[in-house]
Design a protein around this ligand. Structure first.
Ligand code: WTA
Length: 629
C-alpha cells in the first residue's frame, strides 16, 4: 500500500482504525513468511499482552536479504563511510551482505549459539555491526546492542540482565580525533559477567589488545573457519528478535523486548511511507545502531524495503563542521535523517561549511529523538533543504519500535516544530492529570496510545510487572508514553517534552534516578537530586544538586571526581553540566523532593516558584537560589 496524497493518508488512517486486522493483515502480505499468519491480533492492555501475527512464521533476515537476491543482488545495500575521510568508503551489495551475514551466522553456530540465546554487541559503526545484528537474527539468537559510548559498568549491567552468552566487540573504535579502547572497556566489564563464554573481537583500529585464550576469538580468524551457507532459523512471529536497553525514570535501565513479525511489518511500512523511499534513492540516517533509531531505520526497515542505506562511523564535527555535507555531496544522498542536537551544533558553525558543498541531491530531510525548536527547523529548511525538501519530524520511542507521529514526506502539510499527524494504526489520546480523555482541539495533555500497533515492545526483559507499571498503570487501558503533548486547532500534534523523570540530552534518554544513585556513591555525598535545564545545543542538560557530608573545601576537585564517577559508571553522555553543592533539598513533609522547584532554579526562573509552603523547610529554597550556577 502506498500513500501518495493527503486523501490517501486519511483513507488509510480511517481503514486502519475501522478494521485494524484487515489493514495490518493486508500489509503483512508484502513479506516472505514460512507460514502466513491467519491470526492478526490478540490483545489486552490490562494484562498487558499483545500478539501480532501470532501463528505466522518467518525469519526477518530472509526479508532483509534473501528475497532481494532475485532482482537486487548487485544493488548496494550498505554504503559505509568511515570516520576518516582519507579512508575508502565501502559499498556492500545485497549479495555480499547476504554472504557476510550467513558466514558470520555460521561462526555463531559453530560456538554453540542458537535460537533464544542472548548475544551482546558492543561495536563501533562499522559494517560488521550490522552484519553481527543480522547474523543473530539469522539463527534466532536475540541481540542486545549496547551503544559503544557506554562505560564498562553500564555494559556489564546490560550483559548480566540479559545473561548474554557471547559478546561481540572490536579492538577499538575511532570517533573523530579520538581512539577508544573498546576491548579494554569490555574486559573490565567481563570481570563481572559470568554468563559470557566467548568474545568475538573485530579488528578495527589494530591497537594492541589482550586476548584471553579459550574465551576471545578474532573475527577475521573465525570467518575463515566457516562457509557462507546458512539457512535461516524459522521463527514464530512473536519470538524475540532483540532486547534494547533504555533509561527509565526509576532504577536500572529497562530491556525493551521486540519480537519478529510485527516489528518487521511496522518498520518497513513506516520507512517506506514516512520517507517516501523510491527505488534508487540513497538514504542516510546519522544515528548509531546502538540506539533504536539505528535498529529500525538503518538496519531493519531500509533493508527489508530493499533500500540503499548509508552507515557513518564518524561524528559531525570531524575533521570539521562540514563533514555531514561533504558526505551528502560525495555519495549523493537523497534522504537525510538526523537529530535536532546535531542540527543545532552545525547551525552554530560558519555557513561556509554548508555552502562549500553541493546538496542538490537531497529530496527529504528528517529529525528524530527530541523536540526541534523553530530556529533550528528554519535553519535546516533554508540552508540544507534550500526551502525545497520536506522535513519529517518523527516522534517515537525505543518502546514503540517505529515512527508513530510524523509528516509523510511531500504529503502532509508541514508546520515547523510539529510532528503533525499519527501514522495509520496509531490511535493517540491526550489525558489530563486526573486521567480523563481530552477530546477537543487546541489542548495540551499527556500523550497516550489507545490501541496496539505491531512494533510495540512486548515486555521488559525479565520484568513484566515493571512493564505494566511503567506503561499501562498510569491510565488504565492505555499505553502511557511519558511525554507531554499539544494538539492544536488543526488537530496537529507537537511533543512538548517528558513529564516524568527522564531527561532527553542530545536526544539520549537519561534517568535522573540512575544518575543520582551514581553520584550518591561518592563518599563525600549524602544525597543528590538531578534535573534537566534548557541547553541551546543539547536541548537539555543535566543539573545536579548534591548535599555533602561536610563543607566542601575544594569544589572543583569534588566536581571533577563526581564527573569521572558518572562517566565511568554510565558513560560520558550522562555527565552533569552543572553540580551545585547544597545544604539541603526542598522536600515535602512526606520526604518527596520537589523537582519542579529545582528545575525552575536550574533554569534561572525563580521569580515565581509557586506554592512552597508545603515544604518541610521552605527556607532551603533561598539557600539554593543563592548558590545557583
Ligand atoms: C523524545 C528515540 C519530540 C520523546 C526514537 C520520546 C521526541 C523519547 C521526538 C524517546 C520528536 C523522540 N519530537 N520528542 N520528534 N522523537 N522524542 O527511546 O521524549 O531514544 O519519549 O527513542 O524521545 O527516546 P528514544
Amino acid at each position: 500500500m502506498e500513500i501518495r496524497s493527503l486523501l490517501q493518508y486519511h483513507q488509510a488512517y480511517k481503514n486502519s482504525v475501522e478494521d485494524p486486522e484487515k489493514f495490518w493483515g493486508d500489509l503483512s502480505k508484502g513479506f516472505l513468511w514460512h507460514q502466513e499468519p491467519s491470526k492478526i491480533l490478540d490483545w489486552d492492555f490490562k494484562k498487558p499482552e499483545v500478539h501480532w501475527f501470532s501463528d505466522g512464521q518467518l525469519n526477518i533476515t530472509e526479508n532483509c536479504l534473501d528475497r532481494h537476491l532475485i532482482d537486487k543482488a548487485d544493488q548496494t545495500a550498505i554504503i559505509w563511510e568511515p570516520n576518516d575521510p582519507g579512508e575508502a568508503a565501502q559499498h556492500i551489495s545485497y549479495q555480499q551482505l547476504f554472504d557476510r551475514v550467513c558466514r558470520f551466522a555460521n561462526v555463531l553456530k559453530r560456538h554453540g549459539l542458537g535460537k533464544g540465546d542472548r548475544i551482546c554487541i558492543y561495536m563501533p559503526m562499522v559494517p560488521e555491526l550490522a552484519i553481527a545484528v543480522l547474523a543473530c537474527a539469522r539463527i534466532g539468537a536475540v541481540h542486545s546492542v549496547v551503544f559503544a559510548g557506554f562505560s564498562s559498568t553500564a555494559l556489564a549491567d546490560r550483559i548480566n540482565d540479559a545473561q548474554c552468552k557471547m559478546l561481540i566487540t572490536a579492538d577499538g573504535s575511532f570517533r573523530g580525533s579520538k581512539t577508544i579502547d573498546l576491548k579494554g572497556i569490555a574486559d573490565e566489564a567481563l570481570k563481572r559477567c559470568s554468563s559470557v563464554q566467548h568474545v568475538v573481537v573485530f579488528q578495527r583500529t589494530k591497537q594492541d589488545v589482550s586476548m584471553e585464550p579459550g574465551r576471545d576469538l578474532w573475527w577475521h580468524h573465525e570467518i575463515e573457519q566457516v562457509d557462507s551457507h546458512c539457512p535461516a532459523e524459522v521463527m514464530n512471529a512473536e519470538d524475540l528478535l532483540f532486547i534494547l536497553y533504555t533509561s527509565g525514570s526509576t532504577g536500572k535501565p529497562k530491556g525493551m523486548v521486540h519480537t519478529c513479525g510485527g516489528y518487521m511489518v511496522y518498520t518497513t511500512f513506516t520507512f517506506k511511507t514516512v520517507f517516501q523511499y523510491q527505488p534508487g534513492d540513497l538514504y542516510w540516517c546519522t544515528a548509531d545502531i546502538g540506539w533504536i533509531t539505528g535498529h529500525s531505520y538503518i538496519v531493519y526497515g531500509p533493508l527489508a524495503a530493499g533500500a540503499t542505506t548509508l552507515m557513518f562511523e564518524g561524528v559531525p564535527s570531524y575533521p570539521d563542521m562540514g563533514r555531514f555535507w561533504e558526505v551528502v555531496e560525495k555519495h549523493q544522498v537523497n534522504i537525510f535523517y538526523t537529530a535536532p542536537t546535531a542540527i543545532r551544533a552545525l547551525q552554530k558553525a560558519d555557513l561556509s561549511f554548508v555552502n562549500k558543498y553541493d546538496l542538490s541531491s537531497l529530496k527529504t530531510l528528517g529529525t528524530v529523538g527530541e523536540p526541534i525548536n523553530e530556529e533550528a527547523w528554519n535553519w535546516y529548511n533554508q540552508n540544507i533543504g534550500k526551502d525545497n525538501c520536506p522535513i519529517v519530524d518523527t516522534w517515537w520511542q525505543t518502546e514503540t519500535g517505529g515512527i508513530m507521529i510524523s509528516p509523510i514526506a511531500g504529503v502532509t502539510p508541514l508546520k515547523p516544530t510539529y510532528a503533525t499527524l499519527p501514522l495509520p494504526g496509531v490511535r493517540l489520546v491526550l489525558m489530563d492529570e486526573s486521567g480523563s480523555v481530552i477530546e477537543d482541539n487546541d489542548v495540551e495533555g499527556r500523550l497516550c496510545i489507545g490501541f496496539p500497533w505491531p512494533s510495540m515492545a512486548r515486555t521488559i526483559y525479565g520484568n513484566h510487572t515493571r512493564y505494566r507499571e511503567t506503561y499501562f498503570s498510569a491510565y488504565e487501558g492505555y499505553y502511557f508514553t511519558g511525554d507531554g503533548c499539544k494538539r492544536d486547532q488543526d488537530g496537529y500534534y507537537r511533543i512538548t517534552g517528558r513529564v516524568d523523570d527522564v531527561i532527553i540530552v542530545s536526544g539520549h534518554n537519561l534517568g535522573t534516578a540512575e544518575i543520582e544513585s551514581v553520584i550518591d556513591e561518592h563518599e563525600k555525598v549524602i544525597e543528590t537530586a538531578v534535573v534537566g535545564f534548557p541547553h541551546d545545543i543539547k536541548g537539555n542538560a543535566i543539573y545536579a544538586y548534591a548535599i555533602t557530608r561536610e563543607m566542601v573545601e575544594n569544589e572543583d576537585q569534588l566536581r571533577s571526581e563526581i564527573l569521572s564517577l558518572v562517566s565511568e559508571t554510565i558513560g560520558p553522555i550522562a555527565k552533569p553540566d552543572k553540580i551545585q553543592f547544597v545544604p539541603g533539598l526542598p522536600k515535602t513533609r512526606s520526604g518527596k523532593i520537589m523537582r519542579r522547584i529545582l528545575r525552575k532554579i536550574a533554569s534561572h526562573e525563580y521569580e515565581d516558584l509557586g506554592d512552597i509552603s508545603t515544604l518541610l523547610d521552605p527556607s532551603i529554597v533561598e539557600e539554593i537560589k543563592k548558590g545557583v550556577l
